[in-house]
Design a protein around this ligand. Sequence first.
Ligand SMILES: *Cc1c(COP(=O)(O)O)cnc(C)c1O
Length: 218
Amino acid sequence: MIKENLNTIKKQLPKHVTLVAVSKTKPITDIKEAYDAGQRIFGENKIQEMVTKYDELPKDIEWHMIGHLQRNKVKYMAHFVDLIHGVDSFKTLKEINKQAKKHNRIIKCLLQARIAKEETKFGLSFEEIEMILSDSELQNLENVSVVGLMGMATFTDNKTQVSQEFDTLKQLFSKEKNKKNLSILSMGMSGDYQLAIDSGSNMIRIGSSIFGARNYFV
Ligand SMILES: *Cc1c(COP(=O)(O)O)cnc(C)c1O
């Protein structure tokens, strides 16, 4: 089914939208199936789990960290992670920079914005994002590259609300992108990616619509 699901989703996607297959909690065999169907970008939300999968799978996979970051674990993925979606502080950027430097790499990062009304979602306010982007110290972090923004909408059936939340982040992105050289706007999951694309997302993170429902408690 994984291959069919992938093909169904990919057929609907405009060319400018990148698909991140979110494989968290799923076994290697599932990822291999998606890989054999041509998928090369995978997203995980736990560093340890991503490291284990990286070690076992082909090295042309691009690994994206999409979960909340524990700063003390950044070092475990610094040698291979391609894009970190969930950066929510300058301190974390500094830690990523420090670890990337040890491997002589530049790690791409997205700043996670808090757009949902829910209390539980991590992320920065728009003011905080603007402050980080215009912080002169950012230039000194030579081993990180802030390439865009990420956001998660409220988990609700209210499409108007979800679209509004995506629209506000798109507005911030449009405002900052030329000044700060941002290219990636990561918004949209299985339940809301169409709305996200309509609002201007160019990177979607899809898990359950590709791999099926997850059985786990968070
Ligand atoms: C789990 C997760 C996804 C994928 O969720 P689905 O609803 O299964 O598509 C996307 N983004 C983040 C940050 C996630 O944690």
